[in-house]
Design a binder for this molecule. Structure first.
Ligand code: FES
Length: 162
């Protein structure tokens, strides 16, 4: 009788341990999936964005990262003389790291795997397979409008003018 009770207790103990382990495993698998599933439900990108002078008026040879919805934007002013404003999606075409402007080398750099782009967004070296995606941009009065699709840029300018 005592031996039978002892087996029963041991069996319950082992079942409890296995059940707890399975629950912990399930939680361990599910937790990383929850934020990922949240990312899949990201807000859609805005059709365009209007920037005020303090946002885009950079000194030659400097840059700034802004957010366009959930994606980073690289604004950079090429060095003088003849400096021009460039606007790119700041996401590396290799594995989506955020790129930055390296003023001392006057090129765009991805620190993840040492990818380099020129100031036109073309790949110079490293693993990126494609150029950076440029934004369409135009000035309206003292504002700068940027958009990923040219027709949205046109629509934004017409809206602002009307
Ligand atoms: S993610 Fe940019 S070089 Fe790999």
């Amino acid at each position: 009788m005592k031996i039978h009770d002892s087996h029963l207790h041991r069996r319950r103990f082992i079942c409890g341990m296995l059940g707890g382990g399975a629950t912990a495993l399930g939680v361990g698998v599910a937790l990383p999936v929850v934020p990922y599933a949240g990312n899949l439900r990201q807000e859609p990108l805005p059709p365009f964005m209007v920037l005020e002078p303090p946002d885009y008026d950079l000194e030659p040879g400097t840059s700034r990262i802004l957010m366009y919805g959930h994606i980073p934007v690289l604004l950079l002013k090429t060095p003088a003389p003849g400096s021009r404003l460039k606007v790119f999606v700041a996401t590396c075409t290799h594995f989506d790291c955020t790129v930055s402007y390296k003023a001392d080398e006057n090129r765009i750099f991805c620190a993840c795997h040492e990818g380099y782009y020129d100031l036109e967004g073309r790949v110079i070296s490293g693993p990126p397979p494609r150029p950076l995606r440029p934004f369409f941009s135009r000035y309206h009065e003292d504002r700068l409008i940027i958009a990923l699709e040219e027709e949205n840029l046109q629509r934004a300018a017409e809206t602002a003018a009307g």
